[in-house]
Ligand binder design. Sequence first.
Ligand code: NAD
Length: 404
Amino acid sequence: MQHFRKPTTEFDDLNFKQRHRRRMSLPMTNRPTMEQESIVEKMERLMASQNVTDVPKTAGLVAKIVSSLDTAAAAAAAELAKTSTVRQKSISPESGNRNKQQQQSTNRSRRDSNASHSSMGSSYTSDEEDSDEDDDIDSISPRFRQPRPINTKKQSDFCVRDIRDAEFGRREIEYAERGMPGIMALRESAKDDQPLKGARVMGCTHINAQTAVLIETLLDLGATVRWSSCNIYSTQDSVAAALAERGVPVFAWARQSEDDFWWCIDQCLTTDSWRPNLILDDGGDATHLMLKKYPASIKLLKGIVEESLTGVHRLYQLSKTGKLLVPAINVNDSVTKTKFDNLYSPRESIIEVLKRTTDTLLGGHIALVCGYGEVGKGCASALKGAGVIVFVTEIDPICAIQAW
Ligand SMILES: NC(=O)c1ccc[n+]([C@@H]2O[C@H](COP(=O)([O-])OP(=O)(O)OC[C@H]3O[C@@H](n4cnc5c(N)ncnc54)[C@H](O)[C@@H]3O)[C@@H](O)[C@H]2O)c1
């Protein structure tokens, strides 16, 4: 689940805020309505058609005029004035034309992507605020960027959206560590014994700050890892950058294409000098690619850990046809997964996801929850708490009674 976190006051750093603003949602009150957005667009179009060169000044003027009509629209105009200043500073005439065709298609796909998966997930000022370098970063898939970016240790065995985001990502990881005292205690107590020495873990999971804490724990306990994302949308780019900066071979970025997705997994499955002996999978994609593309490497595997029910279903199918040649652990067999993660995580995320995607008040809406297992219980309870009228379907009589 992608969490667009805003810095807390603790991380209240202007530079970071500015650079990361396009990845963070604005508070509800500052978010422009469709009408305000179109005002900004209209002003931009007008200024372009009139060949207005001093955009900030003109937009400032327009802001003043509009303020007498509508304070919210004025805020949007003022925002344009501010962001245009940033843009004017950073875009030279030559760079404006660079990769124009590619940029157009990428901006189109970014818009499509934003529209399809989150209407509020990215700031409405994102296009305006991009610096020249950011334009490049967004227009070329990280996998095709030349020269290959390097971290401060001059390593290039990674592929992330923007290695410059590493410092912010490191702060996010440190913040997550504070909320994960169990794994941090394990890290501390087992560090000297190096119990994972010799483990070569290929990970394919959501990459967020909490996963980074897990990855760094594996490293501290002696494992070597290569990591990709199990989802084309959910990578926290700054966190991936922080891992890359530390030297972790991580191949992931948010809003990647299907081709990029499979390419990233492939980069983690095999290199000239490294083959995994463990796969930590979420959804079964890494396992699937390994079986399909590198069947000979299967015998190097000591085991597979599968995080999701979907992935486990795929493993059962392989097992039935005799193609599952290595032991596999179903994480959902662990009570701490089913009774905690399955219940509490969707309970936390369901409301946020619905709000981000529908941008509407939930109270009074009618929701149908299909299945009253752990996930269904969590979702139903959160929806009820938000004032939604909840219906449940269930085929198991016990679970059905629990829903009563
Ligand atoms: N655990 C997580 O964090 C998480 C996150 C996202 C999605 N999911 C997905 O949510 C789904 C449910 O997960 P869970 O952990 O609650 O599983 P579960 O097995 O605990 O619950 C599933 C429930 O659905 C009921 N059911 C099955 N078929 C049904 C049907 N046709 N009509 C109505 N009810 C039916 C079952 O009786 C059962 O009670 C899975 O597909 C899982 O992959 C889980």
